[in-house]
Design a protein around this ligand. Structure first.
Ligand SMILES: Nc1ncnc2c1ncn2[C@@H]1O[C@H](COP(=O)(O)OP(=O)(O)O)[C@@H](O)[C@H]1O
Ligand SMILES: [Mg+2]
Length: 309
């Protein structure tokens, strides 16, 4: 996607505010990236949340976004054990160290956490889900595309966007296709909400993935998928209430479990909680077979009666 074009000596960013192209003092965690020439300038801080601080940086001619993760002690719920399940270190020594919780183990765990988001971004980009283009993770700093509008402003979060009914229906449908593609790529976001979706001129862009869980290896994956999908449906449903009764999460998960979910799957949003109505043909075939069996049985009885006479 295009990065905002420089306008003279300043850039237009974030809700029309004008950012002069003076670099700010370099934050300590970004200093190694500047020394290595990965980042040329830190332009400003964009956001400081519970989990990370995000900066606008210049890398050569491109304006990018640098996400600096907070230390584990300052992070909140995303460290919870249910997110860790199914995440294996890349080698068993590292895995044992992580489990022991030694200083070395904690360092390994931090690295695994940092790499999880950049790995997820690469995976999702390949799977056709709109996410910021990743440029790598260096010393715990994730470099990625700064999502902007055509006008060069930082893209707003979905919770700040007022949607028409038509737009809400269209974006919800698109979001459901992204969640399906994500699941087909083996991932559940785990914290998908209107606060972790940006909206640019082309539609929704999913962000904030360090906690993404492995759909096949995590016992909480189904519940997390339901929460993610229900958050999205509830938000888009504010503008298009007809979405509110839909059951996309259950429909997706049932197909996924049966090994029948594919990236282009057309979902209906309708699902019977019994879980057995989906295969109507099979049920009809069974009824037909039972009727034939009964007819055969009656015919055999008639035949036996006839030969007794
Ligand atoms: N690639 C991006 N482009 C534009 N803004 C971004 C980008 N990534 C993050 N942001 C902004 O920074 C905020 C925090 O980033 P996020 O990845 O959600 O971290 P946190 O874990 O702190 O919520 C987001 O809500 C969004 O406003
Ligand atoms: Mg966030």
């Amino acid at each position: 996607m295009p990065t905002p074009a420089p306008i003279g000596t300043f850039y237009c960013l974030n809700s029309g505010s004008v950012l002069y192209n003076d670099s700010m003092k370099i934050p300590k965690r970004i200093a190694p990236l500047v020394e290595d020439g990965v980042v040329d300038e830190v332009l400003r801080q964009l956001m400081s949340g519970k989990e990370a601080t995000v900066y606008v940086v210049r890398c050569g001619d491109s304006i990018r976004c640098a996400k600096v993760y907070k230390d584990a002690a300052k992070r909140s719920f995303k460290q919870a054990v249910e997110y860790q399940e199914g995440r294996k270190g890349r080698n068993s020594r590292r895995q044992r160290a992580m489990e022991k919780g030694s200083k070395y183990g904690r360092k390994q765990q931090e690295e695994a956490w940092h790499n999880a988001e950049v790995d997820a971004l690469y995976t999702l980009e390949r799977a056709g889900v709109r996410v910021p283009e990743p440029f790598g993770c260096f010393d715990g700093v994730l470099l990625m595309e700064l999502v902007t509008t055509e006008g060069g402003e930082v893209a707003p979060r979905l919770n700040d966007v007022v949607l028409t009914r038509e737009q809400a229906l269209e974006d919800h449908a698109l979001m459901m296709t992204y969640v399906v593609k994500m699941l087909c790529a083996g991932l559940v976001h785990g914290d998908l909400s209107e606060f972790n979706v940006l909206v640019d001129d082309y539609g929704p862009v999913i962000i904030d993935l360090p906690q993404a869980v492995n759909a096949a290896a995590n016992n909480h994956a189904k519940a997390m998928l339901e929460r993610d999908v229900n958050n999205m449906t509830a938000y888009y449903g504010l503008s298009a209430p007809e979405l509110l009764g839909s059951q996309y999460a259950k429909e997706m998960w049932a197909l996924y479990e049966e090994g029948e979910l594919h990236p282009e799957a057309q979902l209906t949003g309708v699902f019977d909680d019994d879980g057995d109505s989906a295969d109507v043909d099979a049920v009809l075939q069974e009824i037909q077979a039972a009727m034939e069996e009964e007819e055969n049985r009656l015919a055999r009885i008639r035949q036996a009666d006839a030969s007794d006479d």
